[in-house]
Design a protein around this ligand. Sequence first.
Ligand code: TXD
Length: 319
Amino acid sequence: MARKKIALIGSGMIGGTLAHLAAKAEMGDVVLFDIAEGMPQGKALDLSQCGPVEGFDAKITGTNDYADLAGADVVIVTAGVPRKPGMSRDDLLGINLSVMKAVGEGIKNNCPNAFVICITNPLDAMVWALREFSGLPHNMVVGMAGVLDSARFATFLAWEFDCSVKDVNAFVLGGHGDTMVPVLSYSTINGIPVKDMAKIKGIPESRLDEIVARTRAGGGEIVGLLKTGSAYYAPATSAISMAQAYLGDQKRILPCASYVEGKYGVDGLYVGVPTRIGAGGTEDVIEIELSDEEANNLKVSVDAVEELLDACRGLDASL
Ligand code: TXD
């Protein structure tokens, strides 16, 4: 059987890390694509030379030509620009929307059977736009944010409870960003509800609130420390886990920005929800029961996504 093909559109900080992780895990051959000339080729060469040391045979190539993406099984999209000083959110939205248009057409024309994972911000709007521009079925286009957000939540909980991260199951719903909804009632330490664990350990609820707040601001905390650019190690490894769930038909239940229609009171947009990923792409969205407060928080998050989609429609008449 031929090796799988993993195409990475955008070869910046996350793209390069994705290529390394995918090659090391022998997920398949890797193609790095970017509009910057030479950069994906340079990264591909550098990464290829990890092979003899790390013992992987995956072929890694760099390109500026969409035709080289032909036949990709998985596409992970990080193409776009981050916000620079003086730029409004709308400026960023406009630029990345046009990037999604080019990327969506590139996918449609070269690898329409791929499972597409979008990472570009503002995530929930960009995954929606990418799906619209590519014309792929909704179950084959998904956004990565929840795996990262819940990994951040899990990290902070493990630190607080002084336990292994392996035993923490942290649950996050909603959009990526300030409006995400970390759901404590579904978060456990190996089955023990987090709130019960806090009582056992004598940790006040206010401390849990601080952890929730830190999770919500998790991306910004890293941006503040790095000074240039944003997080890339954890975002990359999070997207890899989603790609592996698809390629291995693992039926994992992961928090993803999935297309929701008729669940959670949402009708036809992408938002972070527990999703089963297997060979059929996003095969199922699981609708859990929420407290009034959680449902309200989710609504705020969905409204914020809706607002961004309206802004996208205002910027591109074809949407
Ligand atoms: O949870 C999440 N979803 C995220 C999202 C977590 C962290 C970062 N998140 C977002 O991912 C971030 O706000 C950015 O929108 C993306 C990518 O982050 P990265 O750190 O990898 O950004 P870089 O290093 O700037 O890389 C972007 C690359 C860069 O090499 C550009 O030349 C390229 O995108 N680019 C393009 N590639 C192809 N086609 C077009 N049109 C294009 N435009 C720019």
